[in-house]
Design a protein around this ligand. Structure first.
Ligand code: NDP
Length: 281
């Protein structure tokens, strides 16, 4: 079969990566002859793989573990927010040039605005976790004008490093909190984000260490976990009157933003979301 355009993902291990399900569903829905390939690339082969995608005129590529940072030297340009995040999850083509982008935090922000109806400008925010997902979310929240970020992490080194980075390069006032006891959410906080891997399948009963009774209505509680989307943490938050936002929205929108970068067309987000829901079920 001849295809007009190829995109895909490089990772290792990558077999379980769900993105092809939603991107191919979007291509089929719009009736365009594009294909998303899930490609196992070993760390030592990344440079050759990027040369290969250039040679095959692929329109773009996603990067997942362990390539999000390692890919940077092989690109022609990196977008400003991806530079600040320090990682690239999406490569798009501009003519012959390969441009590195990071759509994870943008996907979170779009989900926050469109699904939860919340504008984060001026908000006081709590973010749990200081890994890649947290970094992308914090940078985009800071770019969106939040007033403050209380960053909580189990290991001090990663948390302090990220808080220092955000204070040096963004206007959001970021404080680091060592997270070794149940976290009480301050009253002024309106957005709470679990950006750790706690709650990810199969550990579906796990909940971040939070004093749940400090959650109340007027807050939006968000989780990055896409599978299962309705985590134990979100259920507990909803039971206390908070609005909740699941990680499936972030996953869909980060893909939808990449889809638009590659194809120039608006992505059919509801088609992409139901394709993923089916795959996870
Ligand atoms: P990392 O490995 O980079 O970071 C994991 C973070 O979780 C660290 O801050 C780690 O703390 C913390 N953590 C893990 N287990 C515990 C625990 N038991 N108690 C306290 N803290 C813990 O992972 P990522 O940031 O890349 O990914 C995190 C989650 O985000 C994953 O589940 C991933 O599936 C999800 N994700 C979702 C996306 C989406 O689109 N919905 C996009 C990207 C990621 P420490 O530093 O102390 O180890």
């Amino acid at each position: 079969m001849y295809l007009d355009n190829l995109v895909g993902v490089f990772g290792h291990p990558v077999a379980e990566n769900p993105t092809c399900v939603m991107q191919d569903a979007a291509f089929d829905h719009l009736g365009i002859r594009w294909k998303y390939l899930t490609i196992e690339v070993l760390p030592d082969d990344l440079e050759a793989a990027i040369r290969g995608m250039r040679a095959m005129n692929m329109r773009g590529i996603n990067l997942t573990i362990p390539h999000k940072v390692a890919v940077i030297p092989f690109l022609d340009e990196v977008a400003e927010d991806a530079k600040l995040i320090g990682a690239v999850n999406t490569v798009r083509r501009d003519g012959d040039r390969l441009i590195g982008e990071n759509t994870d935090g943008k996907g979170f922000l779009r989900s926050l605005r469109e699904d939860a109806g919340v504008d984060p400008a001026g908000a006081h925010v709590v973010v749990m976790g200081a890994g890649g997902a947290s970094r992308a979310i914090c940078v985009e929240l800071a770019n969106a004008g939040v007033a403050s970020i209380a960053l909580c992490n189990r290991s001090a080194e990663r948390g302090e490093q990220l808080a220092g980075h955000l204070n040096a390069h963004t206007r959001a006032r970021t404080t680091f909190h060592r997270w070794d006891a149940p976290l009480t959410i301050a009253d002024e906080v309106t957005i709470v984000v679990n950006a750790t891997s706690i709650g990810l399948y199969p550990d579906v009963d796990e909940c971040p260490l939070v004093n749940l009774d400090s959650i109340h209505d007027g807050q939006v509680v968000c989780d990055v976990i896409p599978n299962p989307p309705d985590t134990a943490f979100l259920k507990q938050a909803r039971a206390r009157g908070a609005k909740t936002l699941d990680g499936l929205g972030m996953l869909v929108y980060q893909g939808a933003i990449g889809f638009r970068m590659w194809t120039g067309q608006d992505a059919p987000v509801s088609v992409m979301r139901s394709a993923l829901e089916k795959a996870f079920a």
